[in-house]
Design a protein around this ligand. Structure first.
Ligand code: BG6
Length: 476
């Protein structure tokens, strides 16, 4: 691109992690178990018990993030470190202390903390007590947890994210259900509505308790492409966009369900139960910005009501079944089914590489909602090789460079983008593909089951990203 305006001076060059994938110390210092700690993990992959051992190495880790030159660092607080059972009478002092130390260390290095309140790690005790998100009781428990952390950290943390990837939890049943069979649609959309209410309360509590506090939702948003220019496919892409993306942002930002989708819910007997006062709460809890995670676009084809969608039950266990399961989940009768896009390249682990799709997504979000945007995840998760103490991850550099270049053009075109915070700051455990699937700028020396010395080794992408930040994006 020629003559594109430079990145704004106050652009937040960031990087992201989440508590359960990065911290380890899963049962230390009073921490309670979360659903992630006991999740049935796919055979041949590690669990989250030690992860990258950040809990014990946060000082060294923050020093590395400072060396990288980060302006902002996005991480999550584990609800179970603050309230081990989700709703204990008093918070766990040691849990508060850990995040105090982490936040103070970040601030000492001039790094702005951006904190996710909920990143897939529901307290297991609440799942057992009343079914977790299946019960509206969780709204008050979540609010109490949020108010506690706003009150405790709000003097130093001004930027908050509510629920990470609510849409992935609902649509793809990530950390909901057992990940093998589908939840009934009505149950899913009741859960979804409960999450909206919990989020709305968090927005209100943040505004009430954090002086100058700003808060936003953090769904996974990607542009949806039609497979062909057949009018039915184009409409299918619009409809699938409502189901996958707009539902979450329309409710969060406009306080309303998209009409056509609501009708689809009614027609398919899966409309969530709305109680008196719900819609008022949603309308009176407006976020200050939209944070979103972007990996790659989705392409769909029209799926007629009576046509059979893709099946996964008969696939043998393993990656093929997982892929088929995901395709089945990105299908909705009368709306659309997910298909492969021949124009979009993929990583070695079949994740789409579509930087132009990020550009399109930024434009759509800005033009629809007119709220500042913050990219909170984007990245290249593949196995890396450590050779003679070095990781030459040119593929990651290429991936990130292309995405950052598109962000710059979107900014040039008037999109209000606050920052770019790729996944992940350092290597951590992937949600379902263990720790050989790496995303970080820093290699963590462990294998799937051999913990080795957990040493931190800067990858080639570390030096590259440091230069990008130092030149404020001028030298990509
Ligand atoms: C996002 C999540 O869905 O994608 C992260 O917010 C996750 O928690 C990331 O790690 C990458 O996905 P995966 O499955 O490769 O870890």
């Amino acid at each position: 691109f020629k003559n594109v305006k430079p990145f704004p001076k106050d652009f937040w060059w960031g990087a992201s992690t989440s508590a359960f994938q990065f911290e380890g110390a899963y049962a230390e210092d009073g921490k309670g178990l979360s659903v992630a700690d006991v999740k049935a993990i796919p055979e041949g992959t590690t669990d989250f018990k030690i992860a990258s051992d950040h809990y014990h190495r946060y000082r060294e880790d923050v020093a590395l993030l400072a060396e990288l030159g980060l302006k902002a660092y996005r991480f999550s607080i584990a609800w179970t470190r603050i309230f081990p059972n989700g709703n204990d009478p008093v918070p766990n002092e040691k849990g508060l202390q850990f995040y105090d130390h982490l936040i103070n260390e970040l601030i000492r290095h001039g790094i702005i903390p951006v904190v996710t309140l909920y990143h897939f790690d529901l307290p297991l005790a609440l799942e057992k007590a009343y079914g977790g998100w299946r019960s509206r009781r969780i709204i008050d428990d979540f609010d109490r947890y949020c108010r506690t952390v706003f009150h405790h950290f709000g003097d130093r943390v001004k930027h908050w994210l509510t629920i990470n990837e609510q849409n992935m939890m609902i649509l793809y049943e990530v950390y909901l259900g057992d990940g093998r069979k589908r939840l009934p649609a009505k149950e899913k959309y009741d859960i979804c509505h409960t999450m909206f209410l919990a989020q709305a309360k968090a927005v209100q509590s943040c505004h009430e308790l954090v002086p100058g506090g700003k808060i936003g939702p953090a769904p996974n948003i990607v542009a949806v492409y039609p497979e062909t220019s057949a009018p039915r496919d184009v409409l299918a892409a619009m409809d699938f966009d409502q189901l996958r993306n707009r539902l979450y942002l329309d409710v969060a930002c406009l306080g309303a369900y998209p009409e056509a989708l609501w009708q689809w819910f009614l027609d398919h007997q899966c409309a969530p139960a709305i109680e008196a006062g719900d819609m008022e709460l949603l309308q009176n809890a407006k976020p200050d910005f939209i944070a979103f995670n972007y990996y790659g676009t989705t392409t769909v084809r029209y799926l007629p009501l009576d046509a059979e969608g893709p099946k996964f039950e008969n696939e043998p266990e393993g990656p093929a079944k997982r892929r088929a399961f995901m395709t089945a989940l990105s299908s909705a009768p009368g709306i659309a089914m997910g298909v492969k896009n021949q124009y979009v390249k993929e990583t070695s682990l079949q994740m789409a590489i579509d930087p132009v799709g990020l550009h399109a997504t930024l434009r759509q979000l800005w033009e629809r909602y007119r709220l500042p945007l913050l990219i909170t995840e984007n990245g290249c998760g593949v196995p890396d090789t450590l050779e003679n103490g070095k990781v030459n991850d040119d593929y990651r550099i290429e991936y990130l460079r292309a995405h950052i270049a598109e962000c710059q053009v979107a900014l040039h075109e008037g999109v209000r983008l606050l920052g770019y915070s790729p996944w992940s700051a350092m290597d951590l455990v992937s949600t379902y593909q263990g720790c050989t699937k790496r995303y970080g700028f820093v290699y963590v020396n462990r294998d799937e089951f051999d913990l080795k010395d957990l040493r931190r080794i800067k990858k080639k992408s570390f030096d590259w990203y440091r230069k990008v930040i130092a030149t404020n994006g001028a030298d990509l």
